[in-house]
Design a protein around this ligand. Structure first.
Ligand code: AMP
Length: 217
């Protein structure tokens, strides 16, 4: 099956996608991660999108559609979770066409709904271990020993440059104006499932499993 995880930044799409990847043979396409990799590797694309991402803006549709198109061509997998794509109606239309071209179809869109104030608190407190990538939070998930990664014992941590409160508010504004119309787009195509993204990770995951069970053996 092919699945889109829809929802505002910080709704938990990445966390749920990783749980699904472990459970089933999905390939997670997280466009934010792909773009951050390009920035880290200082590629032409990375240099082009760096300031847009750091200021909380959206990368243009053609660039994003090319990125997804190349990814689908390069992958042998036939089951994808799209995480962070599409973010505009133009991207959604392009995705329909791309899937059709690859003899694939979109089965379900799962939207995680979370209130803005909770998202700001979630996102502006999050950080990662710079060595192994383990995720932490200033309030909700501190390392057991202050300043030491539980997983690899590194003492180096980093925060995304676009996770400051001001940038989060601007990312949320663009989510509501530009991405939220995708809810109606997919609802009118009978693909949409809405879940309360403010419940705990395990309850959300079990709701998602109930949905994906309908499409997987
Ligand atoms: P994310 O990790 O999904 O929060 O994405 C981080 C940033 O990457 C976003 O704020 C955008 O600047 C950019 N980005 C990721 N996916 C897309 C997309 N589908 N369309 C436009 N920009 C995107």
């Amino acid at each position: 099956m092919n699945l889109i995880l829809l929802g505002p930044p910080g709704a938990g799409k990445g966390t749920q996608a990783r749980i699904l990847v472990e459970k089933r043979n999905f390939d997670q396409i997280a466009t934010g991660d792909l773009l951050r990799n390009e920035i880290r590797n200082q590629t032409v694309l990375g240099n082009k999108v760096k300031s847009i991402i750091e200021s909380g803006g959206l990368v243009d549709d053609n660039t994003m559609i090319d990125l997804i198109s190349n990814y689908l061509y390069a992958s042998n997998n036939k089951q994808f979770i799209f995480d962070g794509f599409p973010r505009t109606i133009a991207q959604a239309i392009a995705l329909d066409k791309l899937l059709h071209k690859h003899n694939m179809q979109l089965d379900a869109v799962i939207k995680l709904g979370v209130d803005d104030d909770i998202l700001v608190k979630r996102i502006s407190g999050r950080y990662n271990c710079s060595t192994c990538g383990a995720g932490y939070h200033d309030f909700f998930q501190k390392p057991t020993i202050d300043g030491v990664c539980n997983n690899c014992k590194s003492t180096h941590f980093s925060r995304r440059k676009d996770d400051t409160e001001d940038t989060v508010r601007s990312r949320l504004k663009s989510y509501h104006n530009i991405t939220d119309p995708l809810t109606d787009y997919y609802d009118s195509r009978n693909k949409l499932h809405q879940i309360n993204g403010m419940a705990d990770v395990i309850s959300i995951s079990s709701e998602i499993n109930q949905i994906t069970d309908q499409y997987c053996n």
